[in-house]
Ligand binder design. Structure first.
Ligand code: SD4
Length: 338
């Protein structure tokens, strides 16, 4: 209880400081270029891909009512999780090679608390199961059958996540039976630009505290049991309330190998801008691939404690959505390889 009082007191103090900071910025010229923008301060929410816009809108409703960043990002990413037409997150996600939809998700708050689930089946809101792992268990990560049992024990509903559309496409795929991840598959899916991949969302609340969430059905037609970067703290998501937060989308194996999101945050700690920090992590991945394979895409997205954001990708096509008092916008990330 005293912990909570302490939190409320600190929050009010930092909120007052932010309000002062905001009015000091109110008449300063906008610092803005194509990919790197200084906002006028918190709150702000950013997320991967074009479809982040709708998810941001949900998170924004909460941020603008002074909710904690961690609560806002959880609510925000539940939007694509529930959307059966989005074939890469939650319900309607593309299955693994065996036709099973398995979800990966992680969440992290401003106090270094984190929770995640990997290879979770039959539960739409993997992010909320991850949140419950964070809030109600002594662990960080639950996987597979254990994660499912934990969800059932905590009141989540068992559902079939495989939609007719995803099932049909999987059956088509089985005819050729080969597994080749495609670059920017998120913006190329048959259902058009509304159909995307992993959502990684980062936010800073009115109190200047940060939170992040990441949720996905992973790479389509992956091997059974395959886990990507999204549920791995430090790879698909990392939040350090003193410095900033980062998340990723793309070929998870590359992100895990380089502990990408942690690398981005640590680079910001050294003074790099969010974009430069994302670029550094992308260059680390590129260094393993002098031959620039066509099929590899990874994008990083980052937000620092000043409300500055940026992104960088291996290839053209990675987009992200931003919502703040100043803007509601989709940006294209700069990239390394044509
Ligand atoms: C994964 N990073 O499972 C996820 C998938 C993804 O764009 O983000 N694809 O590897």
């Amino acid at each position: 209880m005293s912990d909570r009082r302490d939190f409320v007191k600190k929050s009010l103090l930092s909120s007052a400081a932010l309000l002062t900071a905001r009015s000091a910025f109110a008449h300063s010229p906008e610092v803005s270029d194509k990919h790197y923008t200084t906002t006028t301060g918190a709150p702000i929410v950013i997320s991967t891909w074009d479809f982040g816009k709708e998810a941001n809108a949900e998170a924004w409703k909460m941020l603008s009512k002074n909710s904690r960043a961690v609560d806002a990002v959880e609510s925000g990413v539940r939007v694509p999780e529930a959307d059966a037409t989005n074939q890469t997150v939650g319900r309607g996600g593309r299955p693994d090679r065996d036709g099973r939809v398995t979800l990966d998700a992680s969440i992290m708050d401003d106090k270094g608390n984190c929770g995640s689930v990997a290879c979770l089946e039959h539960v739409v809101h993997a992010i909320s199961v991850a949140r419950m792992v964070m809030d109600r268990t002594p662990h960080v990560m639950l996987a597979g059958e254990g994660a499912f049992r934990f969800a059932m024990d905590n009141g989540f509903k068992k559902e079939n996540l495989l939609t007719e559309q995803s099932e049909q496409e999987w059956k088509e795929w089985l005819k050729e039976h080969k597994y080749t991840p495609q670059a920017n598959i998120e913006n190329k899916m048959p259902a058009g630009p509304g159909n995307h991949d992993t959502i990684g969302m980062l936010a800073m609340d009115t109190y200047g505290n940060m939170g992040g969430a990441c949720t996905t059905s992973g790479m389509a037609y992956k091997m059974r049991g395959r886990i990507g970067d999204s549920p791995i703290i430090g790879a698909g998501l990392f939040v350090d309330n003193e410095v900033g937060a980062a998340t990723s989308s793309g070929l998870g194996e590359e992100v895990i190998r380089t502990v990408g999101s942690h690398l981005v945050v640590e680079s910001m700690r050294l003074g790099m801008s969010p974009e430069a920090a994302c670029r550094r992590a992308i260059e680390r991945i590129a260094a393993h691939h002098p031959d620039k394979p066509e099929e590899i895409q990874v994008g990083f997205l980052a937000l620092n404690k000043h409300g500055e954001f940026g992104a960088f990708a291996l290839r053209d096509g990675f987009t992200y959505a931003v919502r703040s008092h100043k803007e509601e916008k989709i940006y294209s990330a700069p990239f390394l390889w044509k």
